[in-house]
Design a protein around this ligand. Structure first.
Ligand code: IPM
Ligand code: MG
Length: 397
């Protein structure tokens, strides 16, 4: 095994891990040994800590299955604003464009800079990546691990059998509609945000949901606020039209307030949930509690662009920066580790490798290891690094 570290410009470090030769693999393991270029953007808060553990687990996958992951690190968020003047630089955008996938930590959560559209707002790194790379479909799977059913604040009998996938529209809606600003008037300040969608934007995300439902339980719940919003009335009309192209799929509609309630009342009713950008943001933080903690949910952001290996994508845990626990070895790295598994599955078509990561996480939990967010009587509480080590070792076992 050799590993080299290269410097690229001021913010980028490339580590290349060359793994075992083919002959050292066991015969049942992947026959497709590949080289994959990953842009690693750890970001702010707990982002770097959890991404470090995801990288460690990827290294274990590389060793076990014989793949080479070429990791190139770059700054985003607050560190990039300080060092490079903007939340994500053009050089980092180019690095992402050249890569097969992006592994992202978290940005923001710190004192506000200049407003949502400013390049000096840490979150704008994420918005620029999502918009310019046209990553319009954000997949957030929620499937609680059996051994964590008692760790949730929700009753075990409610959680049992939950297996849902939220498909959040990611490049439109309330996050991107113009105008979005605070302005001065003679009567004082006023503010506006705009919830704007085109038919085409709605149709492509509903289509993504229907395609994904085909390999699941064939049910799509479209979530809107059609009793109030015009954008939702269009959403509902387009969803009906698109779903008609999928006779094998059952489409139902729910209002977002009711859906928020149903998610914790009877989560088993859901298979694929498709919804507007901000509704999806809110519902997925809620849904994370079905999996025990916000620190458990991974996400994949996909578009239509393909690389030599599969669909290009951006992969991030949904939890954000958690400034209150930053740098204390308290964060749960599992969302970031499961995010790496999604990357292997969707962008590299390495499903056995993705399964190996998920099985290793399951193993660590079944063996009684818990980070602070999931601590339980009679279980072993471990830190971020220790959890990463345990999972990485389980991958290679
Ligand atoms: C998420 C996050 C982001 C979002 C923040 C950090 C801007 O909450 O990915 O869910 O709102 O999209
Ligand atoms: Mg969120």
């Amino acid at each position: 095994m050799s590993s080299s570290i290269k410097m690229h410009g001021q913010s980028q470090v490339c580590e290349k891990f060359t793994r075992k030769k083919h002959g050292e693999q066991s015969p049942q393991e992947s026959l497709h040994v590949g080289t994959y270029a990953i842009a690693v953007l750890p970001g702010d808060g707990i982002g770097p800590e959890v991404v470090e553990q995801a990288v460690r687990v990827l290294q274990s996958v590389g060793r076990r299955f014989g793949h080479t992951f070429e990791l190139t690190r770059a700054m985003v968020g607050v560190a990039a604003i300080e060092a490079e003047g903007e939340a994500i630089s053009d050089a980092t955008m180019e690095l992402c464009q050249r890569s097969d996938a992006i592994l992202f930590g978290a940005v923001g959560g710190l004192p506000r800079f200049e407003g949502p559209n400013s390049k000096k707002q840490p979150e704008s790194a994420l918005f620029r990546l999502r918009k310019e790379l046209e990553l319009y479909a954000n997949l957030r799977p929620v499937k609680p691990f059996q051994a964590l059913l008692d760790a949730s604040t929700i009753k075990r009998e409610v959680l049992e059998g939950t297996d849902l996938l939220v498909v959040r529209e990611l490049t439109g809606g309330l996050y991107f509609g113009k105008p979005s600003e605070i302005r001065e008037t003679a009567q004082g300040l006023e503010a506006v945000d705009t919830l704007f969608y085109t038919e085409a934007e709605i149709a492509r995300i509903v289509r993504t949901a229907c395609e994904l439902a085909r390999s699941r339980k064939k049910k799509v719940t479209s979530v809107d606020k059609a009793n109030v919003l015009s954008s939702s009335r269009l959403w509902r009309r387009v969803a009906d039209r698109v779903a008609a192209e999928y006779p094998d799929i059952t489409l139902e509609h729910q209002l977002v307030d009711s859906c928020a309630m149903q998610l914790i009342r009877w989560p088993r009713q859901f298979d694929v949930v498709v919804t507007e950008n901000m509704f999806g943001d809110i519902l997925t933080d809620e849904a994370s509690m079905l999996a025990g903690s916000l620190g458990m949910l991974p996400s994949a952001s996909l578009g239509t662009r393909r690389t030599a290996h599969g669909l290009f994508g951006l992969y991030e845990p949904i939890h954000g920066t958690a400034p209150d626990i930053t740098g204390q070895d308290k964060a749960n790295p599992i969302a970031a580790i499961l995010t790496a598994a999604l990357m292997l599955r969707y962008s590299f078509n390495l499903s056995a490798e993705a399964d190996a990561i998920e099985a290793a996480v399951e193993r660590a939990i079944a063996d009684g290891y818990r980070t602070l967010d999931l601590r339980e009587e009679g279980k072993t509480t471990v830190g971020t690094k220790e959890m990463g080590r345990i999972i990485a070792e389980a991958v290679e076992r």
